[in-house]
Design a binder for this molecule. Structure first.
Ligand code: UDP
Length: 336
């Protein structure tokens, strides 16, 4: 199939490109390289260096490459930044996303798989979180994901867009080629590994939560397992497939992607010590604002509807692959 990946030079996008190529698809990438890395895109894939938010240019690209499906991974994705600068998030993630949908409509490309986030749920009352849990995001990042989901939904109802939205929980791990590099880095696993390497000691954001060891529990999911889910979701948008049949009430399939179990911050530290054979220098600091004690997905729907199961569910596989990647790329993509 001919597939356009927006944000294909980013962490999730680049690993998805690897999986799509391995499955025999014809892949194009559009990425403005503002946070992505050109080196992360597999050899032989043409990267259009530009914004996905330029509807006229993207419509031309979709037509020229006869794109059948868009995998929309590109987004601004830092929660803290979204609180400081919500305009950037609404302009890029929502207005930019609508420009992409308009480009698709103009070009007649009517299949999309959208990278959404557990951030749409905010702090839910129930656990594990199912897809019908009310959406109450607590930061602009999550709000922009919810808004764009809404647009995709109604484009399905009104224009017959076939769509699958995947709500990622905490993405982790690396492939041989691609790993996680953000600047600034706010995520737990990269910060744990940086502390081992002699960077700043890790600060554990609170150990007085109502959890067995007092630290927060999150649902970590291997980035290569997400990529597998993307392949299955793309198949689910095929013409005639009942899973994404647009109707008067329903315009998209929504699935959580998580392990269905959680790991605490302390368990992540222990895994890092196991896989590296080194201590993680750390101290306990105050809680971080907005952190719920436990966020764990029910991935039952992804299993039932997509036939997806995480193949790399252990913390040692996730933290271990991330550690190996950093050892091979001590300067990130500068040494790719
Ligand atoms: N965390 C931490 N120290 C850090 C980064 C994160 O203790 O330097 C904790 C954070 O409070 C949360 C968990 O690790 O409980 C995962 O945080 P991350 O920012 O990786 O993802 P989030 O769940 O916020 O999307």
């Amino acid at each position: 199939m001919r597939i356009l990946v927006t944000g294909g030079a980013g962490y999730v996008g680049s690993v998805s490109v690897e999986a799509l190529l391995a499955a025999g698809h014809d892949v194009s990438v559009i990425d403005d390289l503002s946070t992505g890395h050109a080196e992360s895109v597999a050899d032989g894939v043409d990267v259009v260096d530009g914004p996905y938010t330029d509807a006229a240019a993207v419509a031309k690209l979709l037509e020229a490459r006869r794109i059948e499906v868009v995998l929309h991974c590109a987004a601004r994705s830092l929660v803290g930044e979204s609180l400081q600068n919500p305009a950037r998030y609404f302009v890029d993630n929502v207005a930019g996303g609508i420009a992409l949908l308009e480009a698709m409509r103009a070009a007649g490309t009517n299949r999309i798989v959208f990278s959404s986030s557990a951030a749409v749920y905010g702090i839910p009352d129930t656990s594990p979180i199912v897809e019908d849990t009310p959406l109450r995001p607590i930061n602009p990042y999550g709000e922009t994901k919810r808004s764009f989901e809404g647009a995709v939904w109604w484009y399905g109802v009104a224009y017959g867009l076939r769509a699958a939205t995947l709500r990622y929980f905490n993405v982790a791990g690396a492939t041989e080629r691609n790993g996680e590099v953000h600047d600034p880095e706010t995520h737990l696993i990269p910060n744990v590994l940086a502390a081992i390497e002699g960077g700043k000691p890790l600060v554990v954001f609170g150990d007085d939560y109502p959890t067995p060891d007092g630290t927060c529990i999150r649902d970590y999911i291997h980035v290569a397992d997400l990529a597998d889910a993307h392949l299955l979701a793309i198949e689910a948008t095929a013409p005639g497939d009942p899973r994404t049949e647009p109707s008067s009430e329903r315009g998209m399939l929504v699935c959580n992607l998580g392990n269905g179990g959680g790991f605490s911050v302390r368990q992540v530290i222990d895994a890092a010590e196991r896989v590296s054979g080194q201590a993680v220098p750390h101290e306990v600091g105050p809680r971080r604002a907005g952190d719920p004690p436990v966020l764990v997905a029910s991935s039952a729907r992804a299993s039932e509807v997509l036939g997806w199961q995480p193949a790399r569910p252990t913390l040692d596989e996730m933290v271990g692959s991330a550690w190996e990647w950093r050892r091979r790329h001590p300067d990130g993509y500068a040494t790719a």
